[in-house]
Ligand binder design. Structure first.
Ligand code: KIV
Length: 275
């Protein structure tokens, strides 16, 4: 008799059912090894298109391609077992038509085995979200600051500081919920507005620089670890790994230059001992 019991992965409906309940913990990851750690503590792992900036050093998420998302999505699926893995649809892969969105999203889901995808945009994306959901693709929405529209917005700016904008942002969140999304990210949305939207819509809100009243929170892993050179003001650094990595690399370089680092001779000696 086998005693091996496979842990069941969380699903989009599991996350949907957490509205108003236990807060949803979400972090980004783009690699198998960090996914393994994040998986132990989080409900949702987002393979965000922020990987364009974090992994590839781009200034924005605009250059990210579907192939890049699929490659890193694979890695995260291999590294995780329990969390729901959500993969971002990159700029240009879903906005032209609902058919284009379906073909791109279906490719992501077939090739990675992830449990859901995320798209940016509120009212303008509601028809597409409904089309995807009706065809079996769980969708997470993303409103407020939508970084893929950075060239139109004119910068990474907080949204809803002027109450005159509240109605539009609220209508965006409502449209995403009504279209059938299972959750929605509220990015850089003014605190009272994010709290109001959370109380108003039927699906969980996941805040990033929004409000502690949201049903869950998300951060970019490298930002909260102190590994990103520039981070938004709202990011809390839970540790500062940059200097420790710098010190370790410096120590290694010093040992190599002083010829005190064992290198392959060490490995060779170990191999000899075991044969
Ligand atoms: O790409 C990303 O990491 C994101 C989060 C900031 C929500 O979309």
């Amino acid at each position: 008799m086998s005693t091996y019991t496979e842990e069941k992965r969380l699903t989009a409906p599991d996350i949907r059912s957490r509205k108003g309940g236990l807060p949803i913990v979400m972090l980004t990851s783009y690699h198998a090894h960090t996914a393994r750690i994040v998986d132990r503590h989080c409900d949702v792992i987002l393979v965000g298109d922020s990987l364009g900036m974090v992994m590839h050093g781009f200034e924005t998420t605009i250059p990210v391609t579907l192939d890049m998302m699929i490659l890193q999505g694979h890695a995260v699926m291999r590294g995780s077992r329990r969390a729901l893995v959500v993969i971002d649809m990159p700029f240009g892969s879903y906005e032209a038509s609902k058919e284009q969105a379906f073909l791109s999203a279906a490719r992501v889901m077939k090739e990675t085995g992830c449990g859901a995808i995320k798209v940016e945009g509120g009212q303008r994306m509601s028809e597409t979200i409904a089309f995807l959901v009706e065809r079996g693709i769980p969708v997470m929405g993303h409103v407020g600051l939508t970084p893929q529209s950075i060239n139109a917005i004119g910068g990474f700016k907080a949204q809803g500081r002027d109450p005159a904008d509240w109605e539009r942002i609220e209508a965006d969140a409502r449209a995403v919920a009504d279209a059938g999304a299972f959750a929605v990210v509220l990015e850089a949305v003014a605190e009272p507005l994010a709290a109001r939207i959370t109380g108003e819509i039927a699906i969980p809100t996941i805040g990033i620089g929004a409000s502690p009243a949201c049903d869950g929170q998300v951060l970019v892993l490298e930002d909260m670890l102190g590994l990103s050179p520039r981070v938004p003001k709202f990011v809390k650094r839970f540790t500062d790994l940059g200097p420790s990595i710098d010190a370790a690399v410096e120590a290694y370089a010093t040992e190599v230059r002083a010829r005190t680092f064992p290198g392959s001779a060490h490995v060779y000696a170990m191999k000899k001992k075991t044969t």
